[in-house]
Design a binder for this molecule. Structure first.
Ligand code: NAP
Length: 286
């Protein structure tokens, strides 16, 4: 059985390929795809089949997915283009005879008020319309979104607009391991998983960062508008600042909360704790 992974040139797809290899899926049964395939030399060296695929180039998708039985479709990064791009992938997968597609959606996609929710709903509809059996991994936030900002936290403290909303964060590696399980195991077709780890608030994140660094890090909560302006002042482009501030609005409204049960089920163990992820990020920094 051959398993193809899109976005293998990015963090999530690569982690999924690595998780498939750890599970014992033979390297020659894995197809790792992306645009920047020059970054996949180490996987090719292990026997993984590496193929170039661009979500906007239907011919490249048809060639990349030839012979694949199952597919991980990692949501793309080009906001505004993604329903068309993801539909291209689904169409090519169907033509290639793919029997199962796992898609990385967003938590509570049908009702999500997140700005990014619409493209995930559009992709879920394209999957339903395709008739190809699929698995929806409706993921909450990556803990890595926060740990990546550790240097900024240490310099300026933690700033956001999430109030005391619960964030069911899990590490990107755990989400990827869950994706690998949904592809390598039988019996997941048709499943909808709302995926996330044990919830924490931004104030709790600040406590964990303080404990792990020895610094006194506080969380400052702003209005959504003020947070967006803060991000623009920090150098982010307006649309990205708007999307991040909108994410915090949704957190404050409880939309990023999920019961951790689905992730535990997929992993066969509890999710990696926030504290361990922060500790690892602190070690990487030093
Ligand atoms: N839940 C969360 O907290 C969260 C946070 C951030 C992102 N996300 C979503 O999760 C996805 C995976 O996250 P990540 O951390 O792995 O992101 P990432 O490291 O930026 O990787 C994104 C991947 O998407 C691929 N891609 C984008 N546009 C493409 C296109 N037109 N054709 C083919 N491949 C394309 C990239 O391929 P190339 O590099 O080869 O072009 C790359 O492999 C993101 O794309 C985003 O949709 C979720």
């Amino acid at each position: 059985m051959s398993i193809a992974v899109t976005g293998a040139t990015g963090h999530f797809g690569r982690l999924t390929v690595e998780a498939l290899l750890r599970r014992g899926v033979p390297a020659d049964q894995i197809i790792a795809t992306g645009r920047r395939i020059e970054t996949l030399g180490d996987l090719a060296g292990q026997g993984v089949s590496v193929r170039r695929a661009d979500y906007s180039d239907e011919a490249s998708l048809r060639q990349a997915l030839a012979g694949a039985d199952r597919l991980l479709l990692v949501s793309g990064t080009e906001v505004g283009q993604r329903i068309k791009q993801h539909t291209n992938v689904i169409t090519a997968a169907k033509a290639a005879g793919v029997q199962l597609i796992t898609y990385t959606s967003i938590v509570h996609a049908p009702t999500s008020t997140l700005l990014i929710g619409q493209e995930h709903r559009g992709t879920e509809k394209a999957l339903a319309d395709s008739g190809v059996p699929h698995v929806l991994l409706r993921n909450s936030w990556y803990i890595d979104n926060y740990t990546a900002q550790l240097p900024a936290y240490l310099q300026h403290g933690i700033v956001g607009a999430a109030a005391d909303g619960p964030i069911s964060g899990a590490t990107r590696a755990d989400y990827a391991e869950a994706a690998a399980a949904s592809l390598a195991e039988d019996g997941h077709g048709g499943a909808v998983y709302e995926v996330g780890g044990p919830a924490f608030t931004m104030a709790e994140l600040a406590e964990v960062v303080s404990a792990e660094t020895g610094a006194s890090i506080k969380y400052t909560d702003l209005s959504v508008q003020d947070y967006q302006a803060f991000l623009v002042r920090a150098g982010l482009p307006e649309p990205i600042a708007a999307s991040i501030a909108d994410g915090d609005r949704a957190v404050a409204e409880g939309e990023l909360y999920v019961d951790p049960a689905d992730l535990v089920k997929l992993l066969g163990r509890p999710a990696s704790p926030l504290r361990a992820a922060v500790a690892a990020a602190v070690r990487d920094l030093r």
